[in-house]
Design a protein around this ligand. Sequence first.
Ligand code: HEM
Length: 569
Amino acid sequence: MGFVESQERIDDRLDHDGSLAEVEEEIIDPAPYGEERKAALRPFASATIPRGLAEPVVETTTQPRTALWRRLVLPLMLAAALLAPAPAALAEDGDDGSVPSDRFGRLFPDLPPASEPSDALTDAIAKLGTPGGPLDAKDALDRGPIDLIAVPSLSDNNPNNPKHTAGTTFLGQFVDHDLTRDAGSPLGVPTEPGSIENLRTPSFDLDSVYGEGPSRSSELYEPTDRVKLRVERVEEDGFEDLPRRSDDSAIVGDDRNDENLVIAGLHAAFLKFHNHAVDVVREQGTRNPHQVFERARQLTRWHYQWVVLHEFLPQIVGQKRVDQALKLRKFFHPETPFIPVEFQSAAYRFGHSQVRPSYRANLAGDNGGPFFAFIFDPSQFGKPDPDDLTGGSRAPRRFIGWQTFFDFGDGEMRPNKRIDTKISTPLFQLPVGTLPGGRGPASLAHRNLLRGLTWSLPSGQRIASQMGARALSPSDLSELAGYGLGLERATPLWYYILKEAQVTEDGLRLGPVGGGIVAEVFVGLLELDESSYLNQNGWRPTLPSQQRGEFTMVDFLRFAGVDPASRGQ
Ligand code: HEM
């Protein structure tokens, strides 16, 4: 009953705020994809280097960042704006120093790069990120995927995080793919963020799921019921799978959501969640297809955003930092939302440290037994039903039993890894199809450090000082002293953020710099999005949940119908 009342309130709002008109347009408008959207739907390897971006990148006038610009030009522009009769004069994209939403920008534009580029620095980064190097957790892969979960001593160098369930990692990866996709910055080559397109919208709007809506992304929708998203099955009476082409590549709004089996399963859960929301909206009596679609998408987005702000974000940054960011954002307050490179290439890549070397994908799907596997195993690449968890293939055992990943209270949940400078070994040899540009290095740690060079990111210590946080001391980072480059005093941001979590929070959550950046960007993106649930006058979850008015990931999976009880396993 509560749901019905709340739904009526949502419906009222929808009828008055014009969003239905937008959906009608969306369904009627036959315009094809923009080129960049098409690129985002192509397989990984071809998706990320649009024409022209392999050329040297020139700084654009829409993204000025130098201290000089801020000191001299900005005050003049502000003075001119005060004198000008029309206040809208500065509102053009970028003219007011704002970053266009389809570009990357900076959170700390006045801070210098951590180090000047040099061969010695590139060598040091390669050594840090190489397989078997200091960042490699050196998991005992020869012991197999089961022992790496079941034998505690094998986790000594890559400790578990008892505060996070294994699914936290993949929800984090899913969120990443909702917010940000670098259109092809050159790896390790200094580049202005404003010159590179972000192929995702910088908001929690699930464009990775909905694409551009039923009309423009028609391949994502059911041909016979176009307000529903296409879902397929692993076999005729099997569990859900992403819709796939004849070569098994996924037909989804962002092909990275088929990079591994767990994120593919999560994407499929979102498809099913939306379709169930459609059923609920229809049961309420709504018949107009445009209204049905818009209301179901709204319900899906708002419940997802609720989970992100109330469950996921507190887990990764701590409730205090969430509250602080809600009270006052000190560093991220743009007029229009955008993704800062400090977040995109460093702080929010903390999640790479949470990935386990192996998982139990389901409990009874592998000929009646559990399906254990490494996240990636190069010996399996290219096989039709590989013994690892690479995405891009369909087979009866390739679905997710969610009780391993989130806590359904049945004792089956397993933890993920702590946030620290130990990265699980399989991430040092990624499948080539998952690499932007389809080229090496195949070590994710190496790539993350190179992206820091791409954006000339400031050091962790400088950002700490700018944020008023206590910086790590050189002795906390003494392992970096041996490179002779002062990295223990001016540390690459991604490395710093991992070390900060390890030293200040025992690896259970992010520390002040990493947590501060992630909290402000998440809260900022939600607050800057007029259609987010935060801007709807105290909206609370309306769909069925364990606790009325709350909504958790477990509730989400139940509503999607992919929980253990719905599966019978
Ligand atoms: C098995 C798990 C994962 C794999 C294999 C993976 C792999 C990758 C790869 C290959 C890239 C591109 C690297 C580059 O060339 O710069 C990337 C980028 C990224 N990853 Fe992950 N990732 C995983 C999980 C996560 C998680 C859990 C998070 C956060 C919680 C995360 C956050 C990011 C972000 C923010 C980017 C930049 C995206 C962009 O704007 O293009 N990843 N990841």
